[in-house]
Design a protein around this ligand. Structure first.
Ligand code: PRX
Length: 627
């Protein structure tokens, strides 16, 4: 595709949206009943659907059709283990493994529409589990293995899971994290769960609850034939939790036909995937990037997807580039945080590898600063690989703003242009559209097939969060600027969420954890600029009247956050302060705290509603910033 065809196709995708998407639905997807309807409903009606008369099965699209097309001996998965061992799984083998897993789920009585929690390391069985759910019509909710057992409980309860698929441990570098143990802690609080399937990878299976099934012994008894169940296009495929402005995570609901089409078409065009290429997305399946670009997009396109169990710095910071050489990776898709952290280790780790197979580089999850962009391009890509800076969200299902490999308008820090079917609009606080070179709030006009359909069991919160504030638009929660060439750059979150290492966290989630400490009265969490992570968390707490700061307070607070959310959410800094700046109506003015934590001690904008100005001076002094 060249730039001319991009703009022709883009214009067509907007002006004749239904025709465009129905055409692409037939080109990219195998349907058991082909759809004749494109979009129905609209965002203003808070109800929209895609391909509602179509029937298909996602697992069939990701496996069987490639086998039926004579590509069964082609590698579907290359698995690279933490300890440098590796494994290849062909499409023929994937079909057998997923069919057996599907039969195991069926043998446990799991039925279409029931919810299954997947809490797994990056091992092939995690992908079999996702595809097995899709094959029998069960709805998976993958919970990132780094989440604590408390966070696991709240997600299982909210989505009403009947089963959990897990593993004994997670191996990451030198660390071994007991996963099944966290499930055992959670299970008492999860009355809907009656099955726990454990894949034992590094240890012997041992039964610890009455719900336990040993995957390794149970699966060999299963038949390797399981007919994929035809699903309606709008049947749910999965629920995935993401942080919101309130303490409770949002269960983003994606459905079948629109999602798989959007994941596969974006994967094909944005990474220009060609048959026989090795494609590697470094994300964990616990996040949307893992869903759309480790599993569903690439497998729907019959690609070879590389799945990596470990971490970028083990055994040395050359690991990623050694994997690229070992498996002759053509396309790598990673995060700015990873790029920055490897950049900080020095070029010698990269120069010891050739990376000559690389053709395209991708970035996702947070704004990529120009310095990291240039290093990625020059040092990793040897100035020969275009960088796809892809902007999207759990809610968009797939990439929504990104260059294409044919683009000549690549710019460090700019995600540049919309994908087919996406209409980005920049508005001000009042909802008025801004034109030309400008900066404002990013909203999307009109629906696209990969768009979330709702928040699970919470249509009200869905409408409140995304649709009500600016009617007719989907509110992304991100700021954006447009340059004089029309290129778009995402500037960061504009709501009460923090983007730490490309992972969203709600300020309220962290604050609710901190105030569980018996000495803490109030808490505020803000983002402080960080050279590697992009942003880090700084927390400010006040103590109950008459309470002195105990020597171990900060460690105890860090432990509570790890227990309630997971260790990746730990604040980098915790300050005990006398009071927090508040509005007259009692709301914490996080904006002011954020400015101070980033070293700015004046120019706080409108402070007319500030009720306790002395709190500002106290925090400035606490951080040693007074002039
Ligand atoms: O703030 C944007 C940031 O990540 C948010 C979405 O997070 P999540 O739903 O967890 O999905 C992450 C992976 C798709 C966005 O609202 N973000 C994502 N990609 C970019 C980005 N910010 C700037 N540039 C990007 N390329």
């Amino acid at each position: 595709m060249n730039e001319k065809t991009y703009s022709d196709w883009y214009n067509y995708s907007i002006s004749d949206s239904d025709d465009f998407w129905l055409e692409k639905a037939k080109e990219f997807i195998s349907w058991s009943e082909e759809p004749t309807i494109g979009q129905e409903g609209s965002m203003s009606e808070r109800n929209y659907s895609w391909f509602s008369d179509g029937k298909l099965n996602v697992s069939y699209n990701c496996i069987d059709r490639h086998v039926n097309n004579g590509r069964g001996n082609h590698n579907a998965i290359i698995w690279e283990g933490n300890d440098e061992n590796s494994l290849t799984i062909t499409y023929d083998e994937l079909l057998i493994n997923v069919s057996k897993f599907s039969n195991l789920l069926k043998a446990q009585g799991i039925k279409k529409g029931e919810k299954v929690c997947i809490y797994m390391p990056m091992i092939p069985e995690a992908i079999y589990a996702m595809l097995a759910c899709a094959r029998i019509g069960a709805v998976h909710t993958v919970v990132f293995g780094g989440f604590s057992s408390e966070a696991l409980v709240s997600r299982i309860l909210d989505s009403e899971c009947v089963a959990i698929i897990t593993a004994d441990v997670i191996k990451r570098g030198n660390k071994t994290i007991p996963l099944k143990k966290k499930v055992d802690e959670a299970i008492e609080k999860c009355p809907t769960v009656s099955t726990i399937i454990t894949v034992s990878t590094y240890t012997e299976f041992s039964q610890t609850t009455k719900y336990d099934i040993d995957y390794n012994t149970a699966v060999i008894l299963m038949s390797d034939i399981c007919e994929p169940l035809p699903m309606n296009s709008e049947d749910p495929l999965f629920i995935l939790y993401t942080s919101g402005s309130t303490g409770k995570p949002k269960g983003v609901l994606h459905t079948t036909g629109g999602y798989i089409l959007y994941a596969s078409i974006t994967h094909k065009y944005i990474f220009d995937y060609h048959t026989n290429e090795v494609y590697w997305c470094t994300a964990d399946i616990g996040w949307i990037t893992g869903h759309s670009y480790v599993v569903y997009g690439p497998l729907a396109n019959g690609a070879t997807t590389l799945v990596f169990e470990g971490v970028p710095t083990f055994p040395t910071p050359a690991r990623y580039w050694e994997i690229v050489d070992k498996h002759e990776v053509n396309i790598i898709y990673s995060t700015p945080t990873t790029i920055r952290s490897l950049m900080a280790q020095g070029d010698e780790y990269v120069q010891s590898t050739s990376r000559k197979s690389l053709r395209i580089l991708g970035s996702v999850g947070e704004p990529i600063n120009p310095e990291a962009w240039r290093w990625y391009s020059k040092v990793i890509g040897r100035n020969t690989c275009p960088i796809m800076d892809t902007w999207w969200q759990t809610e968009t299902g797939g990439i929504a703003i990104s260059p294409l490999p044919c683009s000549s308008n690549l710019k460090p820090g700019f995600a540049t242009q919309p994908f087919f079917g996406i209409t980005p609009v920049i508005i001000n606080e009042e909802g008025e559209e801004l034109f030309g070179e400008t900066e404002g709030i990013l909203v999307l006009k009109g629906s696209w097939p990969g768009q979330l359909r709702s928040l699970y069991n919470d249509k009200e919160r869905f409408a409140e969060t995304y649709l009500n504030k600016y009617p007719g638009y989907y509110l992304t929660g991100d700021g954006v600027k447009r340059d004089s060439d029309g290129a778009l750059a995402i500037t960061g979150r504009i709501d009460d969420t923090l983007n730490i290492s490309g992972r969203l966290l709600g300020t309220a989630e962290i604050e609710s954890a901190l105030i569980l400490h018996k000495d803490v009265s109030e808490a505020a969490a803000v983002a402080t600029s960080h050279p590697v992570k992009g942003w880090s968390i700084s927390s400010f707490v006040t103590l109950n009247n008459g309470t002195e700061e105990k020597p171990r307070l900060k460690e105890e607070l860090v432990d509570i956050v790890s227990r309630e959310i997971g260790s990746y959410a730990k604040p980098d800094k915790i300050y005990c302060v006398e009071s927090l700046p508040k509005t007259r109506s009692g709301k914490i003015m996080r904006r002011i705290i954020r400015e101070i934590s980033n070293g700015n001690i004046s120019g706080f904008g409108d402070t007319s509603t500030l009720s306790n100005p002395e709190a500002v001076g106290q925090i400035i002094r606490k951080l040693g910033l007074e002039s």
